[in-house]
Ligand binder design. Sequence first.
Ligand SMILES: Cc1cc2nc3c(=O)[nH]c(=O)nc-3n(C[C@H](O)[C@H](O)[C@H](O)COP(=O)(O)OP(=O)(O)OC[C@H]3O[C@@H](n4cnc5c(N)ncnc54)[C@H](O)[C@@H]3O)c2cc1C
Length: 467
Amino acid sequence: MAGTAVTPGSALDELRGRIRGEVIAEGDPAYPDACRIWNGMIERRPALVVRCTGAADVCSTVRFAREAGVPVSVRSGGHNVAGTSLSDGGVVVDLTGMRNVFVDRDRRMVRAAGGARLGDVDHETQAFALAASFGVVSKTGIAGLTLNGGIGFLTRRLGLSCDNLVGADLVTADGTLVHADLDRNADLLWALRGGGGSFGVATSLEYRLHDVGPEVFMAITFYPLEAGKEGLLAWRDIMRDAPNELMSVALYWSAPPEEPFPPEWHGKPVFILAGAWSGPLAEAEEAVRPLRELAEPVADLSGPMPFEMAQQLFDAEYPDGRRYYWKSVYLSDVDDVLPEICDRATAGRPSPLTSIDVWALGGAMRDEPEGGSAFAQRQAPFLFGIEANWEGADGDEANLAWARELYAEAKPLSPTGGTYLNFPGFAEEGEELLRASYGDKYERLKEVKAKYDRENVFRGSFSIPVG
Ligand SMILES: Cc1cc2nc3c(=O)[nH]c(=O)nc-3n(C[C@H](O)[C@H](O)[C@H](O)COP(=O)(O)OP(=O)(O)OC[C@H]3O[C@@H](n4cnc5c(N)ncnc54)[C@H](O)[C@@H]3O)c2cc1C
């Protein structure tokens, strides 16, 4: 059997003999599909993609890559916008076949394999009206999401995904399996809570569960774009004083071309207030009322629904293979200039699929979990997100330019220059962005990196450098 550019055939044969999963190299029929991820803009050519079936396969694969001297990247949900799960010439530890989820109802914990999507976990936990705190699109991988924070409909009430991470099994750079929790390798648990994927391969992750649902109340009110001019500031005031059970995001997007939207609104730019109330249902209507009464709506789709359904509401807007480029900036406030910026940028979007999102943060996200975390941006009350989404490579130039221009305009509004490390489109800003985003946690992250991965086996965009 032939070798690859990075390793002789005998070593590859040995790997194939040792593991239960599939080893896919360039030239294999499965290779093109194995290199395809959610973002259609990402085209990379790894030396190998290894579809692991368990921790044993992961250990063998990491040892193999380390001996061959090539970088390892990890693919879980494959939804990282910058496509960090693939590297040119590297070995991909592909966990997409490892999605088992086990709920421990008595301990109110859930343990999920490293390739699980958040929809996998929601499905199992909601059978018992329990939930962990994850993001808002069900196909996103829990691992990638958690390792850089994890913001979703429960964040203000329950904290970030990483705050609820109580333990993980991790294959480190020397190919050994270790456990990280508050008692064992506590420095590693600290780093996994927001410090990214630089320390090893998480083969399973354990989270604290909370009472959620089975129904929550979703506010989804579409207003004319003009309503955003005063509406964004009114929303800011509502969310400043809102109870933690209310999470909300203000969106500049397009009205869908379907019922119940009046035909004259189809595809037109709109200002949307979306919110999730996860407190007692009897209090929901009153809690979300201010979000629904800003102005005369174009349409109001608000109502109670199963939490599992709420978690899938936006899935269809993010299909596989479309082209995506995102950026974000933490804000210390929503001031008067922001509605103007959003209004102008929305009108100038090259693609109607593109949105600008302002997330209200705060609440339980401000609290460090027991044992601390590497996540550094707890105090920012708002996150400004730029989501350029479009079809076709001929739109690349215009859409990238639009997003970069808006990012350049928004960045001075950030007190730290930090970004939410789950959203950046490409690693254009290098280590400076990492420093700004991790703040005073950065030096300790480098120490943990040096302890667990001195040879920098897990290197790629946004990874913590050694030393
Ligand atoms: C449609 C969509 C919606 C999103 N919504 C939200 C949201 O609501 N809230 C939010 O916070 N974020 C959201 N995100 C951002 C998302 O959290 C990141 O893109 C995240 O990286 C996706 O994780 P993944 O496992 O799918 O990614 P992958 O591309 O599989 O992995 C990304 C990186 O994470 C690390 N990694 C992944 N798995 C492991 C593992 N098992 N062990 C070690 N390292 C690992 C690696 O460094 C890897 O390169 C969204 C993204 C998309 C595409």
